[in-house]
Design a protein around this ligand. Sequence first.
Ligand code: SF4
Length: 349
Amino acid sequence: MTSNSTPHSRVGVNSEAAAGAVLLLSRPRGFCAGVVRAVQVVEMALEARGSPVYVLHEIIHNQRVLADLRERGAVFVERLDEVPGQACVIFSAHGVPRSIEREARHRGLQVIDATCPLVAKVHLEVMQHARAGRDVVMVGHAGHPEVVGTLGRFDTSRGGTAHLVETLDDVQSLQVRDPTHVAVVTQTTLSVDDSRRIVAALRERFPAIVEPRRDDICYATQSRQNGVRNLLPLVDLVLVVGARNSSNANRLREVAMDGGREAHLVQDAQEIDVRWLRPGIVIGITAGASTPAVLVDEVIDTLRGWGAQAATEMEGEDETVTFRLPVSLSRATVQRETRKKTDEEHQIL
Ligand code: SF4
C-alpha cells in the first residue's frame, strides 16, 4: 500500500487492518496559542483590509491551513521584494531578522507582525546580550526560519558574535571571543532533553555562560512532549500528525522513538501506512503545535474505518495561555468597526 492511494480504495482493502486497535489521544496536542494568534492575524487582516494580504513565509507550517488562507486571499511569499509597494505584509509566527523589518519600513509597506510573543522574548534576549558585548550561542536547527530571525536580531556593532550549535560536537569545536563573556539562547521548539544536554555541555566549556531566566523552549513544546512521554508506557506505536517541516512535530516523533516506540510523522490520514498496523495494536496519537484538529479527526476516522475502537483522551496539562493581537491589527479592526457602524447609522438616517 502506498501513501498516495485514495482513501476509498484503502478503506475497502484494509477494513480490518486495525481491528480492535486502541486509540489513545495525547493531551495537549495541536494548535498552541502562538499559532492560534498567527492564523487569527491573517484572517482579521483579510477582513479588515481585504484581499490580497501578503504573508512573508508560511504563517505556520501546515499545508491545510495555508491552502485555506490562500483561498481567502492570502498570498504567501518567500522574499519581501515580491510584495508590491504600499501593500500589507504579515510577518509569520517564526519571526524575521531586523534587516527585513528595516527593508519593509524603507519600502513603506504596512507591516503586521505575527511573531509569537515567546519567539519575540528570545529576540529580546539576543538583543540585550549583543548590547552587553557578549557572544551569543543559539542552540537550534540551521535554516529554520525562527533561527534565521533570531540570529538576525544580533547586532555585532558591540564586538560580539552570534553562533549556532546543533550538536554536542558543535559545542566542542565552538570558538568564542571571550569565554567569560558568553550567553546561550535556544530555539523555542527543540527537544527538551537534547537541548538540556547541549546547554550542559556549553556550561561545562563556559562556566560563566549567561542562561535565560526562563526556559526559551516554549510551554507548548514542553507540554506536548510531556504528553507523548505519558503515552509511551501504554502504546505500541505513536502517530504524530504534523507537517514534515514542522520542528516541534518532528521533535514529538523523536521523543517517542527515544522512548523505544515505533513512531511516524504523518501529514494527514492519507499517509498512514497499513503495514504499521495490526489487529489489537495500541496507537498513541498526538499532533504538532501547527496541526489543526481536523487533521487529527481524519486520522481517527480512518483508523476507525479500519476497525479501531473509539479514541480515548489521556489526562494531561490544561492549557490556558492566550496572546493578545498585534496593536496595529487591533487599531485597524477598531477603525473598520467604527466605519461600519457609522455607515449603518447613515443608512438608518
Ligand atoms: S510553538 Fe511555542 S513559540 Fe512556537 S508559536 Fe507556538 S507557543 Fe509560540
